[in-house]
Design a protein around this ligand. Sequence first.
Ligand code: HEM
Length: 202
Amino acid sequence: MLASLHRPTLGERLKAGTATAHHRLEAGMDIDAMAADMPRLRGLLERFHGIHAVLEPLFALRLPEGLMAGRGRLGALRADLVALGHDGASLDALPRADAAAAIADTAPGALGACYVLEGSTLGGRVIGRALARSGDPRLARIAYFDPYGAHAGSMWNAFRRDLEAGADPETDEEVIHAANETFTLLQSWLAPALAPLPDPHP
Ligand code: HEM
């Protein structure tokens, strides 16, 4: 039987192995509510900053140079936050998700964490469109969620090719484990920004 001969690729295993975690995170993001609530959206971007500020320097250290070419989002994220009122000093004072460092401390760990952040650009397109629809130009200009625009598909395909090039039966489990750990960390790290704000008029 042909079907039983197909050995799933690392990308397929990552997608299947993190589907539950992805669904849980996605379900907790009320995009329309966020698009209507600037302080909350700014709070969410501040939390993403805490993740990228820890992970991106590790990606640069642990992943092949070509893999990260044109991919870092920290610069755009910081520019978004400056447009929303931050300055260099207040950005540097934002809390960092230091626990992310342990996940990306090895090359397979960094690859798993990078898979999660790169994959988030796919759902980010949906978020980017919701922000554009909001009618608020400050929201429409936020670059973080949809960094590649019309190139999102080709950037993802290129990442998937690099992912398969880095696949290794010795370390694939570690990559998948790191991706799940990254989802779990995001779930708790983003929670303060995702929780509904208390009703000011109960
Ligand atoms: C921090 C939040 C999120 C993270 C880390 C994340 C992560 C990911 C990852 C890793 C993938 C790649 C799956 C694959 O291997 O093909 C993906 C795909 C996708 N995500 Fe998300 N995601 C997030 C939020 C969202 C949200 C809020 C939505 C919905 C609006 C969403 C919708 C999608 C869609 C439509 C795809 C592509 C379709 C598919 O192949 O399943 N994601 N995301």
